[in-house]
Design a binder for this molecule. Structure first.
Ligand code: HEC
Ligand code: HEC
Length: 228
């Protein structure tokens, strides 16, 4: 009995401390304030880490996309699409359902992920910082190796057909996802899904406007150097 009371008191004290340390509202892109539960978001991310990496940096040689630093509205929308199965994702079926991931958790994990801005490179040895911070930044870094192909020709195709939505620097905006700093294997797999109508892409005509295999190779070469 005594042990139970002590445990209860300890958990109440921990709860009070957590409430005092509640994060201040974050300002979202667009200026809105949002009081999300960052600790809950971080906690949920532990389930996702097995595939997407501890900080959402992606993994599996690019099979699992980088999901850190994306706009929270895009992340939340994709999670809802997985839940309703309007976007098929067999590996995520057990995680993206209402029991495992109710709407509040969708928002918390999306907003938590949006706060992690993946650096383009691991910190250089010249920069002074403590070992833990260095390790954390090295893990968060997403650096895309250069793809073969003519990046200059790819840039022209990109600027004609992709820039309008995915932006010149490839960082995207709001619900138009970033292509820069995303794993190539994942991006290329998405094109296959779009072309076979298994995933919907806005204005598909622009995406498929006749492009040869050579054109695609050049587009990937350009996208792969956007983060250099
Ligand atoms: C078992 C592995 C696995 C786990 C666990 C997992 N995912 Fe995924 N996730 C994937 C795969 C594979 C894809 C890519 C699917 C595709 O190719 O369309 C993906 C795609 C995504 C995307 C879409 C990214 C984009 O650019 O459109 C988001 C967002 C996402 N996952 C979030 C999460 C979150 C949040 C969790 C934890 C609640 C999670 N995932 C857990 C395997 C996983
Ligand atoms: C009219 C706007 C628009 C244009 C033009 C456009 N896209 Fe997209 N693209 C989107 C949107 C919106 C999505 C997210 C789809 C969704 O909601 O599931 C997307 C998603 C993608 C994805 C998947 C990214 C991810 O994280 O899952 C890839 C890859 C992609 N686009 C490549 C391209 C390429 C390459 C071009 C040019 C040849 C292009 N897009 C042109 C709007 C656009």
């Amino acid at each position: 009995m005594r042990a139970v009371v002590l445990a209860l008191m300890a958990s109440l004290a921990a709860g009070a401390a957590a409430a005092q340390n509640a994060p201040p509202p974050v300002t979202l892109p667009g200026g809105k304030n949002w009081n999300f539960d960052i600790d809950n978001g971080r906690e949920i991310m532990r389930t996702c880490a097995a595939c997407h990496g501890e900080y959402g940096e992606g993994g599996g040689g690019g099979v699992y996309p980088r999901i850190s630093g994306m706009h929270p509205d895009y992340l939340a929308e994709q999670l809802r699409a997985f839940k309703t199965r309007t976007r098929e994702n067999i590996p995520m079926f057990p995680y993206a359902n209402d029991r495992e991931l109710p709407e509040k958790d969708v928002l918390d994990v999306s907003h938590y992920l949006a706060t992690i801005k993946p650096p383009k490179h691991p910190p250089s040895d010249d920069v002074k910082m403590d070992a833990f911070e260095r390790l954390k930044l090295a893990k968060q870094a997403v650096q895309i190796p250069r793809e073969p192909g003519d990046a200059d020709k790819g840039r022209k195709l990109y600027e004609a057909d992709c820039l309008e939505c995915h932006a010149r620097d490839g960082q995207g905006r709001v619900k138009k996802p970033p292509l820069a700093q995303q794993h190539m294997k994942y991006l290329q797999a998405q094109i296959t899904l779009f072309l076979s109508d298994m995933r919907k892409h806005e204005d598909i005509d622009e995406l498929i406007r006749p492009k040869s295999a050579e054109d695609w190779k050049n587009i990937w070469a350009h996208i792969s150097v956007l983060d250099d």
